[in-house]
Design a protein around this ligand. Structure first.
Ligand code: AHR
Length: 326
């Protein structure tokens, strides 16, 4: 399925002007002087196939856009991201971009960037800061909608079922925007019908190893699991190993819904081991570089840029796989 990514401004937030809200480059770069731009980018880590594809997209897009990229991997630790951002402030980069590992606890360091007049772009994940002047824009998916899509598929799939549907949930990193929002959206979609019961829900930290470990524990404690909802493909793939290890057939004995649609997830979907995938696109690099160029030049940008995404059934995965880029 072809994916279209477009820039959508949320109602009321469109055409937010960068100038006048801490914008402009205080960076060394030149931010517009000789035209060269230096971006400091703090990545969450390398926890999943999605993250690897996202890192590649950012690095390749920076090269194409002629932006000098200073890249750091936080190994899923907030303190490492805060250190990286402080170091980018010291180095006087032109623009800072980061994908926050968790939602809260960013105000202090974001104020430091604002005081240094270095604009910040949130990419992939949001922060819960009340002061939205601390960053220029947020580029990424609507994670609540992703959760809703997963829940809607489930309610449709089991619309004629009379018995209780026992669901286990593998959550993403505790406190992260995708874990909070995918849970909330899913709950919202299934909430009205008491036949859907989440009998166990625990974090698998977005990794394959943790997904397997937690699913093994779920299987030991709950003999009657009907459905697994995993907040990403990697945890779902780890869980498949646990399900097979327990002598059950993934996709049949236990139906599986995941989020991301990275290559390995799509292969498992095409093979019938996953039943449905909600897409989350990691290809944010080109849009990020466009936004960075505008921010550095004090041009107007939308306060929110939402990535457009689709969903995949098993048949759709078979068609899409040969063209899948990540
Ligand atoms: O923030 C996006 C999420 O982070 C992806 O769904 C997951 O795979 C990644 O680790």
């Amino acid at each position: 399925m072809l994916k279209r990514i477009s820039m959508l401004a949320l109602a009321g937030l469109a055409a937010v002007t960068v100038a006048g809200c801490g914008g402009g480059s205080g960076g060394s770069g030149s931010g517009g002087g000789d035209g060269s731009i230096t971006m400091g980018f703090s990545q969450v880590g390398a926890e999943s196939g999605w993250r690897t594809a996202n890192t590649k997209s950012v690095q390749e897009a920076a090269k194409t856009a002629g932006i000098t990229l200073k890249f750091s991997d936080a190994q899923q630790k907030q303190e490492n991201q805060i250190k990286a951002i402080r170091s980018y402030i010291q180095q006087k980069v032109d623009v800072i971009a980061f994908s926050p590992v968790v939602e809260s606890g960013w105000d202090t360091v974001l104020k430091e960037a604002k005081n240094a007049k270095i604009p910040v772009i949130l990419t992939d994940r949001a922060v819960d800061s009340k002061d939205t002047s601390l960053y220029k824009t947020f580029l990424g998916s609507d994670f609540v909608e992703e959760g809703r899509k997963a829940g809607k598929w489930l309610t449709e799939e089991y619309k004629d079922a009379k018995d209780t549907v026992n669901i286990v949930e593998l959550q993403g990193t505790t406190g992260s925007a995708p874990a909070n929002d995918r849970k909330a959206g899913f709950q919202e979609a299934i909430g009205a019908d008491p036949k859907f019961k989440i009998i166990a829900s625990q974090t698998g930290d977005f990794t394959r190893a943790k997904g397997k470990e937690v699913m093994e524990a779920f299987l030991k404690a709950n003999p009657d699991i009907d459905v697994l909802y995993a907040h990403n493909d990697d945890m779902g793939l780890g869980a498949i190993e646990a399900i097979e290890g327990a002598g059950k057939v993934p996709g049949k004995d236990i139906k599986i819904i995941t989020v991301d649609a990275v290559h390995d997830g799509m292969q498992a979907l095409a093979d019938g081991k996953i039943n449905y995938i909600v897409e989350c696109s990691p290809l944010l690099g080109p849009q990020l570089m466009d936004l960075a160029k505008k921010v550095v030049k004090n041009e107007s940008i939308p306060a929110r840029v939402v990535t457009e995404e689709t969903t995949f059934t098993q048949d759709q995965a078979k068609t899409a796989l040969p063209e899948r880029k990540y």
